[in-house]
Design a protein around this ligand. Sequence first.
Ligand code: ATP
Ligand code: MG
Length: 413
Amino acid sequence: METALRIEMPEGAEEIISRLKGRGYEAFAVGGCVRDSIMGRTPEDWDITTSALPVQVKEVFRRTIDTGIQHGTVTVMKGGIGYEVTTYRIDGEYRDGRHPSSVSFTSNLREDLRRRDFTINAMAYSHETGLVDAFGGLEDMKAGRIRCVGDPVERFTEDALRILRAIRFSAQLDFSIEDETLKAITTMAPNLAKVSRERVQTELTKLLLSPHPEKIRQVYDTGISPYVSEAFHRLNLENLQVNGRLPKKKHVRWGVFLKDASGTDAVQILRDLKLDNDTINRVRVLNQWINRPVCPDEKEIRRAMSAMEPSLFDDLLDIWEILGKTEEEQEQAGMRRETSGIIRRRGDCVSLKELAVSGRDLMDAGMKPGKAVGAMLQYLLSQVLEEPEQNKKETLLALAARRNEFSGPDDGG
Ligand code: ATP
Ligand code: MG
């Protein structure tokens, strides 16, 4: 089915399509970029599908990269942007529930569209032909519906990652999942065990970064959570508060999602899913602070500030503000922000970096090198967090000497 409809494409994509056509091949923009354009979203990248074989694509364009030549994909560079150009393809049998054991090329666009996961992702477009919508993608899009192309049980059996993609798209687009597709998700849930944890994580992270991260609940409602990770499944979602107003940052969304988990469970889940260490460390800190009833007084706020990087503390302020349910909680959040502003403007010391003495200074004053030096710096910082006016070299060295019985500041010449 072809529909007259005009989609604005980047020049590079237009040029690739018209060059291929000029050589007698068919070529279309396809998949996510068509979906997003029709919905008024900005596509991340433009994929092109063509009847030309990879060697033929390489004959047409000077600058190409063999991205996945065995799957028919060649990247064509245009104006510094890479476009993936893939030959019309039929996926062979799926043996491992994730990857086709072979692919074969076809000259029929419809066959290529049939292998795609959801109807809204199975549309192609070119200026000449207009929209090619063989499986009712436009209608599903208008109805706000995620529906598999063909039999959903079969499609999820072929590739279990599609189970999570369905839920992820429903969160990104605020769509519902069509009944048969939804039933098949529940039936096929155990197959998710065959998918690499990295891929599971990528989908869950995209879901959490979407405008509707609360839809992560569907992962539980559909019965797939046990196949994400054991600790993930055990999470208590009673007070799930992750929402689309939170900053779009990985550690913020994961941190809020995991805020009611113990620190150990939170880290376990992130490790299970192979999240990067930076994110894990930030979530670990957020997990300790999000639910803490921090008084907006200066000492407590300095303590909170000293526990993390300034930018993470800013995220925490945003989180507190956005999660505040009652007027009182909102007010507390506002006061915490205000107090931290005062502390920053005044330049109070809230980290070892800002402390008026260094480990070097302590050793010069007679302290033996070793672990005790670090512990002493921590002690001095804790004192300075209580009373910022103590952050002077002489004062701190005297404090250290009193505590540690070393010679202390030089009192003679
Ligand atoms: P996004 O880029 O936002 O993740 P997308 O729809 O562009 O969304 P991609 O992973 O970039 O998704 O894939 C491009 C297209 O390839 C999809 O629109 C879909 O047609 C097809 N596709 C991707 N992954 C699968 C899959 N696992 N099974 C079937 N078709 C898929
Ligand atoms: Mg894409």
